[in-house]
Design a protein around this ligand. Structure first.
Ligand SMILES: [Fe+2]
Ligand SMILES: [Fe+2]
Length: 277
């Protein structure tokens, strides 16, 4: 079976390239389940229920978030009622949302998904390693395919989580830095790993935001509006192949869809959304 994890969706440009291309991507790549990190989908920070619904309509099966999870408070109702969206599992128990979920892939395989936040250069949270142990113990034993979105800043943290969970999960895939790393691999125990799957949004930017605004604030120390940028929109994700019976990963590869390819995919989609740009 084949899993696609889409990296941090940023703003309207990120949402559009996902909704325009995922239906055709699912067909072209034979993808059975699509997981998307949508923590930056609402104007660059947070997720709104309307965006969540459009992602679902486009063929996203499961949503993960990150440090910006509660920036839009409206999403709390979705987090507490929907079965296919998770909060970081190392958030406090009182924080709204489920620490893990199980979605059914197109081939019928149940797929467990959890997200964890790193602690280096980030707001303090509970121990991600202990939280990983906890969620894995809670997941039904018959669900062999298990995907961890490790939303963290430091590559060392991410490698350590990959090694810690090697042989216990199908994949540990990183998000949050918005920059794709070229270290995709399968560890000896059968866990697919990559430090960061990258950003889905405008790449003519600073991590998705307007270059001029970030530069002005950096040089002058004066706050500006870090608006979402517009140029060079790409979908960045990673595809993992797994054995349903064991949950072992058998292949991992990066996926990038640029604007031109997105137009071609949208043209091949049964119901096309609005233009990417
Ligand atoms: Fe992000
Ligand atoms: Fe983040």
């Amino acid at each position: 079976m084949r899993i696609l994890l889409i990296g941090d969706i940023v703003g309207k440009p990120g949402e559009r390239i996902v909704t325009r291309t995922v239906p055709a991507l699912r067909q072209r790549e034979n993808i059975d389940v699509v997981i998307a990190n949508a923590e930056n989908a609402a104007d660059g920070s947070g997720l709104a229920p309307s965006i969540y619904r459009r992602l679902m309509a486009a063929g996203v099966d499961c949503v993960t978030l990150g440090d910006h999870i509660y920036r839009r408070s409206e999403i709390v109702s979705v987090l507490t009622t929907a079965e296919n969206i998770v909060k970081p599992a190392n958030f406090p128990a009182a924080a709204p949302g489920k620490p893990w979920c199980v979605v059914t892939a197109a081939d019928g395989t149940p797929v467990a998904v959890a997200s964890l936040l790193g602690r280096v250069f980030m707001r303090p949270v509970d121990c991600p390693w202990a939280a990983a142990d906890r969620v894995l113990a809670e997941m039904p034993p018959e669900v062999k395919v298990r995907i961890i979105d490790f939303h963290a800043e430091a590559t060392s943290d991410k490698q350590l989580m990959g090694r810690y969970l090697d042989g216990r999960v199908t994949a540990v895939l990183g998000t949050h830095t918005h920059v794709t790393t070229a270290d995709e691999q399968i560890f000896p125990g059968g866990t697919a790993f990559q430090c960061d799957v990258g950003m889905t949004g405008p790449h003519a930017s600073i991590l998705g935001r307007r270059i001029d605004r970030v530069l002005e604030t950096t040089l002058t120390f004066q706050p500006t509006q870090f608006e979402v940028a517009t140029g060079d929109v790409r979908l960045c994700g990673t595809i993992v192949d797994a054995e349903p019976a064991t949950g072992r990963a058998t292949a991992i590869r990066r996926l990038v869809v640029n604007e031109q390819e997105a137009e071609e995919l949208a043209a091949a989609t049964p119901v096309a959304g609005p233009p990417v740009m």
